[in-house]
Structure formats: structure tokens, C-alpha cells
Design a protein around this ligand. Structure first.
Ligand code: HEM
Length: 362
């Protein structure tokens, strides 16, 4: 029996009547329509639609990480979805250019109608932050109230639940701790890496000693390398790493840090391509959100100067603090400090290389 194909109409499928009838400039209701208010509303609505799509992608990535095993095919899907999220973020940063065609004077034609409405009440933005890993104790506080006091009922419950749930940060940390590459057969990565670093720094000291430099120049350069050595020792000591975590200087566990270092160093091995791209995409997302925060502050500066926000914060002062403080994957970005050139990279034993290379070349 052939199934009758129901006809879908563009307008109904997209529920366009509902969407296109959802712009209600208050200035118009009050009798003096401010031309720019339509843009203000549409831009915010567009952001919220894109937030919805980003949440859809991030939630699906979280579900894949909750599986016992994150295999190669899931990794491919995860990397593809992260790429999409990052592309959306690029658009979200770009959209501020459109809003900035509105001037501060235009904004004042309707701003007085908006209080106490504010970006603080964007439930989806808060959900996104918390889902990625920005939990309450990491936030920059403004005033005495927690950020979720802006919400009530089910909306507040949802945020409080997310605060308790595992975030993408936590799941990625656990995944990095689980991946089996740190201690492969006879290859102890941390020891081998430490030896390579010492070899590299000793060579640098030798080069400086033999170079044609003044005594004070030589002394300064050698002191810099000694400092560098101490830095590597601190990072490679689990005890010191845990102390740095307690003091809030770093967030990612020792084991997860070592795994991401290994992935970054041996990214040329086929099995590590996707994990490497994924780690890179997290840093990129962090940077894009941070760029959005920065561009938003610049826009606020142009629109409001030093006026306080309609949500009751100090406005640009508060927003500026969040640009760096609300970054989540800084520890992954900082792995670059630990990179050594390929010429010093400890060679992997053949059996391990074969495993990491999927045996393609056998
Ligand atoms: C004329 C344009 C805009 C101005 C003057 C403005 C101003 C502000 C101010 C002053 C704050 C601080 C909170 C407060 O006290 O209200 C804020 C927060 C926020 N705004 Fe905007 N905003 C504008 C456009 C936008 C747009 C287009 C979005 C897109 C969704 C947005 C999203 C947010 C979000 C999510 C926050 C919370 C940020 C955080 O707590 O980290 N804003 N905005």
C-alpha cells in the first residue's frame, strides 16, 4: 500500500506566521515608534535562535561523551558538530556589526522602556555557559545576588539542575583521563617527554655558553632557561599540579593535562588526528565566546558609555571582567607552552606506532 505523502507548506512548516508576528516594539505601543527598535528586537531574537541551535549541538556532543566508549566514528561526529558551533559563533560575533549601525542617540529613543529587561535574563545563554562548564563558583560576581536569581519556577530549576550535572568540561576531562595512550607497553610518555625537554634545554644552555655574548647577556639568557626548566618541572610534577589546582591556578587534572599534551605532540599519528582537532575546536570555541564578550563590551561602551545596565550591573565594567575570567579551556590553550619541536619528540616504539597508525602501512 503506498503511503500518501502529506504536503508541507513552507509557511506552516517553518511556523512563520508565529515567528513573523513576534516583534512588538514597545515604543509603537506607546504611540511614538522608534524606528531602531525593530532591529533591536530582531537581532536579539536571531541570537536566541542561534543559541538554541548551539545548545542542540552541544547537548548531543555531551550525550556522546556520556557513552562508555567514545569511538572513532563518534569522534568524527563530535568534531563536525563542534565545527558547526564555531561557525555559528563567528556569525554571532559578526551580527554585532549590524546592531552597531544603531547609534547611542537612536537607542535612547526606546531604552527607557526596556528596564529591567537585560541580557542577564537570557536563559539560553546561561544554559550554554553552564553546560560548557562555567559553574557558579567560577563566575565573576556582581552585586550580592547569584546570577540565577534572574529566573523563577521551571526556568530556575533547569539552571540549578545544570549546575549539578556534568558539564562538557568535566566530560572532556574524564575522557582525556580514560584514553589509554599515557602508558603504552614499554613507553612511559611522561618520563620520555621529561628526558626530551631536559635534552632540549641542555642543548640551548650549551649553545648560549659557546656563543659570542657578553658575560651579563649570557647570564641573563641562562637564567631564563633555568626558569623555563623549573616551569617544566612544576608542570610535570603531579603533586605541584594538584597544588596549583587547589589554588585555582589551573582547572584541568594532571592526567588529563598529560593526555592532551600527548595528543598535541603526536597529532600526526592517524588515531590522534580527530582527538587533536577536537581539543583545538574547544580552544577555538572559548576564544570565539570571549571575542563575542569583548565585542559586546565595545558595543556597550559605544551605546551606553559608563551608564549602568538595565539588569543592574555596572555595565561595561562587569562585562569586561567576564572576557577573560569566563574562559573555560585555557588549560588546553596553554598546552602550547609545553610543546617541543618534532626533532626532540621521543620516538614511539614500532608496535605502538603501528597501533596508532591503524596499521595502514603494513
Ligand atoms: C544596544 C545593544 C546592547 C546593549 C547596550 C547591551 C547592554 C548590556 C549590558 C549593560 C549588560 C550587563 C548586564 C546589565 O546590567 O544589564 C548586558 C549583558 C548581556 N547582554 Fe547585552 N546589550 C546589547 C545587546 C545585546 C545583544 C544583541 C545580545 C545578544 C543576545 C546581548 C546579550 C547579552 C548577554 C547574554 C548578557 C549577559 C552577559 C554576562 O553576564 O556575561 N546583548 N548587555
Amino acid at each position: 500500500m503506498s503511503e500518501k505523502i502529506s504536503s508541507v507548506h513552507y509557511i506552516n512548516y517553518l511556523d512563520l506566521d508565529k515567528i513573523l508576528e513576534s516583534q512588538h516594539p514597545i515604543s509603537k505601543e506607546k504611540g511614538v515608534e522608534a524606528h531602531e527598535e525593530m532591529l533591536f528586537i530582531i537581532i536579539h531574537q536571531t541570537y536566541e535562535l542561534w543559541f538554541k541551535q548551539i545548545l542542540h549541538e552541544v547537548k548531543s556532543i555531551i550525550n556522546l561523551f556520556k557513552e562508555d566508549k567514545v569511538d572513532e566514528s563518534s569522534m568524527g561526529v563530535i568534531v563536525g558538530r563542534m565545527d558547526r558551533v564555531n561557525k555559528i559563533m563567528t556569525t554571532l560575533v559578526g551580527q554585532l556589526d549590524i546592531l552597531e549601525t544603531m547609534t547611542s542617540l537612536d537607542f535612547l529613543d526606546f531604552r527607557h522602556y526596556l528596564s529591567p529587561a537585560s541580557g542577564f535574563q537570557s536563559h539560553q545563554f546561561r544554559k550554554l555557559e553552564v553546560t560548557l562548564g562555567l559553574k557558579i563558583k567560577k563566575r565573576h560576581q556582581f552585586g550580592g545576588c547569584p546570577y540565577h536569581s534572574q529566573f523563577e519556577g521551571e526556568k530556575k530549576e533547569e539552571i540549578l539542575d545544570l549546575e549539578e550535572n556534568q558539564s562538557l568540561f568535566t566530560l572532556v576531562e574524564k575522557w582525556l583521563e580514560r584514553i589509554p595512550f599515557l602508558n603504552m607497553d614499554a613507553f612511559d610518555f611522561t618520563t620520555k617527554y621529561e628526558q626530551a625537554v631536559n635534552q632540549m634545554l641542555d642543548k640551548e644552555i650549551k649553545g648560549i655558553t659557546e656563543a659570542n655574548l657578553t658575560d651579563s647577556d649570557r647570564e641573563i639568557r641562562i637564567r631564563m632557561i633555568e626558569e623555563n626548566k623549573k616551569y617544566f618541572e612544576r608542570v610535570l610534577s603531579e603533586k605541584q599540579h594538584n597544588k596549583a589546582m587547589e589554588e585555582g591556578e589551573t582547572s584541568l587534572s594532571y592526567k588529563a593535562t598529560m593526555s592532551s599534551l600527548l595528543i598535541n605532540l603526536y597529532r600526526d599519528e592517524p588515531i590522534l588526528h580527530l582527538p587533536y582537532q577536537f581539543l583545538r575546536s574547544l580552544v577555538e570555541l572559548d576564544h570565539k565566546i570571549s571575542t563575542w564578550r569583548f565585542r559586546h563590551v565595545q558595543m556597550v561602551e559605544k551605546m551606553l558609555g559608563k551608564k549602568i545596565g538595565t539588569g543592574g550591573s555596572s555595565g561595561q565594567g562587569y562585562l569586561k571582567e567576564t572576557v577573560d575570567k569566563h574562559k573555560l579551556f585555557t588549560d588546553l590553550a596553554n598546552i602550547s607552552t609545553l610543546m617541543i619541536s618534532r626533532s626532540y619528540l621521543p620516538e614511539l616504539p614500532k608496535n605502538i606506532k603501528d597501533t596508532l597508525g591503524f596499521n595502514y602501512t603494513k
